[in-house]
Design a protein around this ligand. Sequence first.
Ligand SMILES: CC(=O)SCCNC(=O)CCNC(=O)[C@H](O)C(C)(C)COP(=O)(O)OP(=O)(O)OC[C@H]1O[C@@H](n2cnc3c(N)ncnc32)[C@H](O)[C@@H]1OP(=O)(O)O
Ligand SMILES: O=C([O-])CC(=O)C(=O)O
Length: 371
Amino acid sequence: MSIEQDYRPGLEGVIASETSLSFLDVDAEEIVIRGYDLIELAEEVSYLDVVGLLLDGKLPSHLERQAIEKDLKENADIPEAVMTILKALPKETHAMDALRTGISALAGFDSELDDRSKEANRHKAIRLLAKVPAVVANSYHLKMGRPPVEPRKDLSYSANFIYMITGTEPSESEVQAFDQSLMVYSEHEMPNSTFAARVIASTQSDIYGALTGSVASLKGTLHGGANEAVMKMLLEAGTVDQIEPLIMKKLQNKERIMGFGHRVYMKKMDPRAQLMKQALLKLAEEKGRHDLYEMCEIGEDVMRREKGLYPNLDYYAAPVYYLLNIPIDLYTPVFLAARTVGISAHVIEQHENNRLFRPRIRYTGPRNLHP
Ligand SMILES: CC(=O)SCCNC(=O)CCNC(=O)[C@H](O)C(C)(C)COP(=O)(O)OP(=O)(O)OC[C@H]1O[C@@H](n2cnc3c(N)ncnc32)[C@H](O)[C@@H]1OP(=O)(O)O
Ligand SMILES: O=C([O-])CC(=O)C(=O)O
């Protein structure tokens, strides 16, 4: 087949790589993570188990899980020089740009940076997973003119992450909802950000650079940035009776409604959105905010009726984060923090079985011009 015939805009439906990490089985409505159903994992285990599964190929035993937790706690501190860089950023800096800068700056502090062996890459992945929550939280505190928050080593990974963001120790049910959100965000086959990381890693570039590229990709509203846009829309509507008119107005103006549609699921509901919807219901009831849940359900019904479109994960993760008191600017950075493990696992896989990504392009410009 000629390269002309091969052209698929946006690489839609193109198989770009092989992986043993994950697969979206749309017909079976299952997100397969190393053989397990992601939704079942999110109901039965915790984020650190999924970290072990993605990095080591199997669910960790109790002792292995403890070792992962210990490793993460021991590596959670951020070098003072990186804090100084974050402090120097203008107050207007987007939280994803601050995160991108922080991850990039951490590279120079990693003595194994240029070692692409599986073992060294795993060490780096753990160091990144340990430090990214602190970069997310503290780049925000510094931007708001507040002192940074030290990680609390007596708390679990997820409890500490919320604590570092909000400054308050979360309740058990808050930790459970957040931990579930990290699991459902952890890995999702070949989205734009993972593809970006694999493309970068395929030049034999390092995991920090690959993750930095992913941050830039995930910032966009067609991808991770959508969760923040969803919450802004819900707040703009404000009350249960205003969500339908707002969505109808946006649709009449030919605007996209954030949190709906998906390149792979297309006209099916993202299985992760269903799980976050349940988490939202539980939290909303606990916090006396059933109106927020109702608003989301009405939005879902309107979009199904008007466009035949269903929610993706971002639609229900956004109000969950709102009820956890996470500032809206940090929803996409939290997504990236959760996805750090999935992206790292892809970089490890890419380095283990590498083929340089170098596609061709269809040229539409002129020929035979002369100066
Ligand atoms: C966790 C995640 O990152 S999930 C993605 C998060 N992003 C969003 O929620 C942003 C809103 N959604 C979208 O923009 C899209 O659905 C995407 C980018 C996610 C997928 O887009 P694509 O696969 O490129 O679908 P495409 O843009 O071709 O849309 C197909 C049709 O559905 C419409 N459509 C798709 N999504 C939406 C939406 N959210 N609101 C309104 N219409 C939409 C398009 O206008 C198009 O209609 P048309 O055929 O009449 O022109
Ligand atoms: O798969 C995608 O294209 C986007 C997505 O849902 C994710 O990254 O979680």
